[in-house]
Design a protein around this ligand. Structure first.
Ligand code: HEC
Length: 125
């Protein structure tokens, strides 16, 4: 009788811990986490340039200035930022050629960071 009670209790505790594990898993899966994209402290050198380097320099650099667009200098990027084509192209907005050409759209987080940098004045920071 005692043994039966102990094993029932351990099964109960085991099921409880399973239920707790499932609950926390569900919370992770179901809760949107927009705060994972941190657009604070976005700078040209530490944030924007690395994204452009990985996705754009192959076609838009000082040496390969496709369509006359140079993205490996601050001046070149600022020119496209100020005339609206940078954000237009990476967000695939109507009226702009979607970029990066022939590749997947940048992640929402990287787009948010570039937009933030442009909104902050496209500074050389
Ligand atoms: C495979 C080559 C290639 C890559 C990679 C590429 N581009 Fe382009 N880009 C082009 C070409 C070609 C054009 C001219 C397209 C046209 O005028 O129809 C262009 C045009 C543009 C324009 C002008 C768009 C407009 O509507 O006026 C911008 C801004 C631009 N690219 C930014 C970028 C950015 C930012 C990246 C990286 C996220 C990138 N490009 C990656 C080839 C590329």
């Amino acid at each position: 009788m005692t043994r039966y009670s102990v094993s029932s209790l351990s099964i109960f505790v085991f099921l409880l811990s399973l239920a707790a594990a499932c609950t926390s898993d569900n919370e992770e899966d179901d809760t949107p986490q927009p705060q994972q994209c941190n657009t604070e402290n976005v700078t040209f050198a530490s944030t924007v340039a690395p994204i452009l380097s990985a996705n754009c320099y192959s076609c838009h650099s000082t040496s390969v200035a496709t369509a006359g667009i140079v993205l490996d200098t601050h001046a070149g990027v600022k020119k496209q930022a100020d005339n609206g084509t940078l954000v237009g192209a990476i967000t695939h907005a109507a009226g702009y050629t979607p970029m990066p050409q022939g590749a997947a759209k940048l992640s929402d987080c990287n787009i948010s960071k570039i937009k933030k940098w442009v909104e902050d004045g496209a500074k050389n920071n």
